[in-house]
Design a protein around this ligand. Structure first.
Ligand code: RNT
Ligand code: ZN
Length: 416
């Protein structure tokens, strides 16, 4: 890429935005500070390193593109490679099944911080803070119900697992000097008509109360709902209403996965309500396509709306941005880069919005003017600002990363 041309285009963009009262340099400073939590599970189709069993729990990866990460070293290499092609800052979001178990089988109710010791070291060495997740799926005791299971032994097993995961997250947070965000999503549900919906929800609520009883300073809990899982279509114990209620009452962070709502529901619109009642929000940015909630994130209206709402709510310090998708049909490294960069691009566009002017129009009842400026804003030269962001971060500008991914595929992933 021609650096001089990128700078020239940037200078023109800076002037154009200045006409609308926007300080582009300030925007870039802000964007530089935003951390995107990259999900570790795109690299290996949500397999993890605990066992080689099937992926269960109502989630599925489709496709068999070659080159997935087969072990912890490969996964780490892929994450670092992806990160080197993405501007700004990233965190890494780990699931419990990605522990460093040293070739031994460590059951979910036995996991300890020591199984993540090498991850914590790796994170520190590579400037990547860690986030964490309990893992209720892909285990002989997963069944259809985990934390809401009427069988006390099974429910206790998952309660113990979740408590241990919080202790691990606490240790990660302490070590990295920044809270580790621990997400709790359980797949619990039912394929067909359920006649005791209340009972399972009571059990889930009680399990959460037990899990969250211990207070920690270096980790933050968040709870994630879902509409339905594959094979669990008729009833989801941890529905949106369930977790909104629980989160509002118990001051827990609510996770909004953009793939977990009805297709015409606006996830963006939820922020300004939720933020009045829960302390913070965690996002799983994804792209729902028909029945699948987990296509690679792109710059579509939904992602843009979501980022705009964060900015419009002035809530960048209360909304954590994480990604959650898994596509096994294309180059997995490429999937990371596309999704992370798309999220950042949407955030940048949101930050470059002429919000003050738009709000003035709105306050004056100038509906035409507001709509006109919103339309024109879509075509403002945000792309020149994005290119400069990439350039300053020493990562490929524009589509240049395609060649890097191809090279890595040739040298590394195609040999797996
Ligand atoms: C599943 C949830 C959950 C998972 C990951 C693997 O529908 O979105 O967040 O995708 O935890
Ligand atoms: Zn999710």
């Amino acid at each position: 890429m021609n650096e001089a041309r990128i700078k020239q285009a940037y200078d023109i963009a800076v002037e154009r935005y200045a006409e609308l009262g926007i300080d582009v340099e300030k925007v870039l400073e802000k964007l530089q500070k935003v951390e995107i939590s990259m999900h570790c599970w795109q690299a290996d189709d949500v397999n993890g390193f605990e066992s080689s069993g099937d992926l269960t729990g109502g989630i599925q990866t489709t496709g068999n593109y070659p080159g997935k990460a087969r072990n912890i070293e490969e996964l780490r290499a892929d994450i670092l490679k992806a990160s080197s092609l993405i501007p700004g800052r990233q965190r890494l979001n780990l699931h419990e099944i990605y522990g460093d178990f040293g070739g031994k089988f460590v059951d979910r109710d036995e996991v300890e911080p020591k199984h993540f010791e090498s991850w914590m070291q790796w994170g520190a060495e590579n400037g990547m803070k860690l986030d964490f997740n309990t893992t209720s799926f892909s285990h002989p005791k997963s069944g259809d119900l985990s934390l809401s299971n009427p069988d006390k032994a099974i429910r206790d097993f998952w309660i113990e697992h979740s408590k241990r995961c919080r202790a691990i997250a606490e240790e990660m947070g302490r070590r990295q000097g920044d809270p580790c965000i621990m997400n709790l999503w359980v797949h619990d549900g039912s394929k067909d008509i359920t006649v005791n919906r209340m009972k399972y929800r009571e059990l889930l609520k009680d399990s959460l109360d037990q899990i969250f009883a211990q207070k920690y300073d270096n980790m933050k809990d968040c709870i994630e709902s879902k509409v339905f899982g594959i094979g669990l279509e008729s009833y989801t114990v941890g529905s949106n209403d369930f977790y909104i209620g629980y989160g509002a009452k118990n001051n827990k962070i609510v996770t909004l996965d953009t793939g977990h709502f009805h297709p015409t529901e606006s996830v963006a619109d939820k922020l300004s309500s939720l933020l009045l009642y829960v302390p913070e929000v965690m996002l799983h940015v994804s792209r729902p396509v028909r029945w699948d909630s987990d296509h690679v994130t792109i710059m579509n209206d939904e992602t843009l709306d979501l980022m705009q709402e964060i900015v419009r709510c002035d809530a960048l310090d209360r909304v954590h941005i994480g990604l959650d998708y898994f596509d096994a049909s294309i180059n997995r490294l490429g999937a990371y880069i596309i999704g992370t960069r798309a999220t950042q691009k949407c955030l940048l566009r949101a930050m470059l919005e002429p919000l003050a002017q738009l709000r003035e129009y709105e306050a004056n009842g100038q509906g035409f003017e507001r709509l006109a400026l919103l339309e024109e804003a879509k075509a403002l030269p945000w792309n020149a600002v994005w290119d400069m962001f990439c350039l300053r971060n020493n990562v490929p500008v524009g589509e240049a990363f395609i060649a890097d991914v191809q090279q890595y595929e040739k040298d590394v992933t195609s040999k797996r």
